[in-house]
Write a protein that binds this ligand. Structure first.
Ligand SMILES: Cc1cc2nc3c(=O)[nH]c(=O)nc-3n(C[C@H](O)[C@H](O)[C@H](O)COP(=O)(O)OP(=O)(O)OC[C@H]3O[C@@H](n4cnc5c(N)ncnc54)[C@H](O)[C@@H]3O)c2cc1C
Length: 392
C-alpha cells in the first residue's frame, strides 16, 4: 500500500492550496460575519474541473478519486471550513447518481457538476429521522409518468442554492417492506420543480458561509426517469455507498481544519513573550503543540488509508469500517486540536479578528453531520462483530 498521493494528485493539492490562500483567505472573515456563500470560489473550482475531480473522464471529470477529494477538502478547510462543507456537499449530492444512476442520468448530470454549471445537494435527514434514517416518512407515489413527492427534509446543506437534489423517499410504507429496507428510493429533484420549496436560511454556530435550509415537498411532481437507477427500492444501497465514500471525504475537512488552527497557534507561540521568553519555551505549551501534530498525522494515516481503499475497490466492509474510523477520529481530533490551539493563544484567541475562534465553532459540527460519533462507533462495532463471527 502506498499512501503517497500520485504526481497529479499532488499537483491538484498544490494548486488548491495556492488558490485557497490567494482567493479565499482574504474573504473568509467577511464570509463568516455576513454568512455569505463562497460563490466565486466555487465557480473557480468548477472552472478548474475540481468539482468533478472524482467523476470519470467520460463524464467530464478528472477521475482522481476519493484521495483527490480528501486533498482538496484538506486544503480548503485549512483556510475556510465552511467553504469545504459547500464543496463536500456538492459531491455528496452527486454520489447517488455516480454510484447508482442510469447511463442517461450520468450523461445528463455529471458533466454539469464537473464544470460547475450545476451544484448538487443531498436530502436524507428529516425532522423525525436523523441517525435513524430508515424512519423517514417523505413519500413518493407513482402517478403515470411522474412520482408525486410529499414530505420534508431538514438541515440540508446548499438547499435553495443547489440546482438539483438527491432526495431519499419512501416508495413503500415501512410496514409493507417486511424489514428488508426495500421501501426507500432516491430521486433527482431539480430546483425549479413545482411543489418544491425551501425553509429559511438556518443561523448556525459555525460554518456560516455554508447554507443550510429545510426542503418541503408539496405534491412535488418528479419525472419517472429521475428515479435514480430506474428501479424502486434501491435507495438503501445507494445511501450506504454514498455515505461510505462521503465520510472519508468529510474526514479531510477535519484534517485541514486542525492544520489551519495548529499553524496559527504554532506561529503565535513562537512570537508571544511572557515572563521574558516565548510561551513556546514552556513545556505546557510545546507539548500541547507536539501532541496536536501527533493527532493530525494519526488522522492523516487513517483518512488516506480509507481513501486508498475506496479508490482501489476494497471490500465494502473495509471501506465502511475505515471510513467510519477516519470520520470518528478526524472529527473528534479537529475539535480537540482547534480548542487546544485557542488555549495556546490565550485571550486573543477568543477575539473574532484573530480568526482562531472560528475554527473552534466550525469544528463543532463535525462529530454530528454525516453520521454522529456515536453512530460511527456503532458501525465500526457491527463490522468487527461480523468479522469475528466469520472467524477473521
Ligand atoms: C450543519 C449541518 C449540515 C447538515 N447537512 C445535511 C445534508 O446536507 N443532508 C442531510 O441529509 N443531512 C444533513 N445534516 C443532518 C445531519 O446529518 C444530522 O443532524 C445527523 O445525522 C444527526 O441526526 P439528528 O440531528 O437528528 O440527531 P439524532 O439522531 O436525534 O441524535 C441525537 C443524539 O443521540 C445520539 N443517538 C441517536 N441514536 C443513537 C443510538 N442508537 N445509539 C447511541 N446514540 C444515539 C446521536 O449520536 C446524537 O448524539 C446536517 C446537519 C448539520 C448540523
Amino acid at each position: 500500500m502506498n499512501l503517497e498521493p500520485t504526481k497529479i494528485q499532488n499537483e491538484i493539492r498544490d494548486l488548491v492550496r495556492k488558490i485557497a490562500e490567494d482567493k479565499l483567505r482574504p474573504l473568509v472573515r467577511r464570509f463568516d460575519i455576513e454568512a455569505e456563500y463562497p460563490l466565486e470560489f466555487m465557480k473557480l473550482l468548477g472552472t478548474l474541473n475540481f468539482l468533478g475531480v472524482y467523476i470519470p473522464e467520460e463524464f467530464g471529470g478528472l477521475n482522481e478519486g476519493t484521495v483527490a477529494m480528501v486533498l482538496i477538502m484538506e486544503e480548503i478547510a485549512k483556510v475556510c471550513p465552511g467553504t469545504a462543507t459547500s464543496f463536500g456537499a456538492n459531491a455528496l449530492g452527486t454520489y447517488p447518481i455516480l454510484f447508482s444512476g442510469t447511463d442517461e442520468q450520468k450523461k445528463k448530470y455529471l458533466p454539469k457538476v464537473a464544470s460547475g454549471e450545476f451544484l448538487a445537494a443531498f436530502g436524507l435527514t428529516e425532522p423525525g429521522s436523523g441517525s435513524d434514517a430508515m424512519a423517514m416518512t417523505t413519500r413518493a407515489v407513482l402517478d403515470g409518468n411522474e412520482y408525486i413527492l410529499n414530505g420534508q427534509k431538514q438541515f440540508i446543506t446548499s438547499a435553495g442554492r443547489a440546482d438539483f437534489y438527491s432526495i431519499f423517499a419512501r416508495t413503500k410504507a415501512r410496514e409493507a417492506e417486511g424489514g428488508l429496507s426495500r421501501g426507500i428510493s432516491c430521486f433527482i429533484v431539480e430546483k425549479n420543480t413545482p411543489g418544491l420549496s425551501f425553509g429559511k436560511k438556518e443561523e448556525k454556530m459555525g460554518l456560516h458561509c455554508s447554507e443550510t435550509r429545510a426542503i418541503f415537498f408539496d405534491n412535488c411532481r418528479v419525472p419517472k426517469e429521475n428515479l435514480i437507477g430506474g428501479k424502486e427500492g434501491r435507495g438503501v444501497g445507494t445511501l450506504l455507498n454514498t455515505l461510505h465514500h462521503s465520510r472519508i471525504v468529510i474526514s479531510g475537512q477535519g484534517l485541514g481544519l486542525a492544520q489551519g488552527a495548529r499553524t496559527i497557534a504554532f506561529d503565535y507561540a513562537k512570537k508571544r513573550e511572557q515572563f521574558g521568553r516565548p510561551i513556546s519555551e514552556n513545556q505546557a505549551i510545546s507539548h500541547k503543540l507536539a501532541n496536536m501534530e501527533v493527532q493530525i498525522e494519526a488522522a492523516r494515516c487513517l483518512i488516506y488509508r480509507a481513501a486508498w481503499y475506496a479508490d482501489n475497490k476494497y471490500p465494502k466492509d473495509q471501506i465502511s469500517k475505515f471510513g467510519a474510523m477516519a470520520k470518528l477520529f478526524s472529527s473528534e481530533m479537529a475539535f480537540d486540536v482547534a480548542n487546544k490551539a485557542l488555549q495556546v493563544c490565550g485571550g486573543i484567541g477568543y477575539m473574532r479578528d484573530f480568526m482562531m475562534e472560528k475554527y473552534v465553532r466550525d469544528a463543532r459540527v463535525m462529530t454530528l453531520y454525516e453520521g454522529t460519533s456515536e453512530m460511527m462507533l456503532e458501525e465500526i462495532f457491527h463490522i468487527l462483530l461480523k468479522e469475528s463471527n466469520r472467524g477473521k
